[in-house]
Design a binder for this molecule. Sequence first.
Ligand SMILES: Nc1ncnc2c1ncn2[C@@H]1O[C@H](COP(=O)(O)OP(=O)(O)OP(=O)(O)O)[C@@H](O)[C@H]1O
Ligand SMILES: [Mg+2]
Length: 373
Amino acid sequence: MDERQKILAVDDAPDNLILLERMLKRQGFDVLKASTGKECLGLSASEHPDLIILDVAMPEMNGFETLKHLRSNEITKDIPVIILTANSKDAKSIEEGFSLGADEYLTKPIDQDELIARVKSILRVVKAEREVEQLKADFQSMLVHDLRSPLSVIIGVLQLGARGEFDKNPDERKEFMKSALETSQRMLGLINDILDVAKLEAGKIQLNKQPNDLNAIVAGAVGRIKLLIREKGINLKIEPSDDIQICECDSGKIDQVVTNLLSNAIKFTPREGEITIRVYCKNFGDARPELKGDYVALDILDSGAGISEEELPLIFDRYRQAKSANGSSRKGTGLGLTIVKRISEAHGGRVFVESSLGKGTKFTVVLPAAGKD
Ligand SMILES: Nc1ncnc2c1ncn2[C@@H]1O[C@H](COP(=O)(O)OP(=O)(O)OP(=O)(O)O)[C@@H](O)[C@H]1O
Ligand SMILES: [Mg+2]
């Protein structure tokens, strides 16, 4: 368990309660105890345990009534509950428990292994559900922010135009139109990225595979981005391979991979820095049994900010931006590398990264060479 999780055990029989406590504590859980339904409701609301183990047969307020109250209170309604029934043949009680919102049941006498297996499996599911919820919330707030700010720029410009503010100043009009146009294009790029990630994650991307020379794809991408490199005074070295390097790939998608990696290298490398691009053939041999045969490989090295060791494994996650690159003009969303990884993998390839903080970064993409199974 990552952090100590809190379990509330509820039973009117003190012996049972002590037994439960011992079994759970041995597994590293924190244990709270209640001997009545009322006590259970109070502790659930104040302590918000990660899980409740609830005895059904209790005097005054029995387990089912307690469960009903738990589920009808906003604060406690999502806490998972395992009900404890007196015997395994009591199918009616078990059914009633489930219909009232129990997540699992256990029968007395309590079997240690069974108890722990059920507790752990419920906690695992709950954790996974919470992570998905968190991811959704992060995704939505990010999306809203990233789409709203450019849109307000565009609306601002259009409002000025509609009020006739540019009527007497065509130069100013041109300038504002240009900025609105650039902003719209950025927005469209972002929307396309988001759609790409969604499609790639759903495995719904259509690859139009043809034999392509990786050298040619790289040359095309460099051609489009050359101006940016020149503007920043970056020294670009291209080391094409001596032979053509043919891979079966969707050239548009691999162009996207190269462009994303190259634009990162430019973005995170200071002025007058250096970027090297290398295309070659790679055979991993026995070093990586999962990557058998020949691969066409691409290195993009830069002399930029680098990425810290702790952040390195995370940068391919969507919306992840490393702290180490704080100094650079950090425009972007954190989708570029997610797309790079997904596209490479959809082709049966991989992407690797090595980096040294303050010195630079090397990304390597490998794609199965044509003629390979
Ligand atoms: N060449 C690099 N040098 C240093 N850090 C890098 C490099 N490439 C990527 N990173 C780090 O990894 C993070 C994620 O990169 P990614 O391309 O996914 O997002 P982004 O460039 O910030 O935004 P986007 O690509 O969506 O416009 C970056 O924010 C940066 O912190
Ligand atoms: Mg990027």
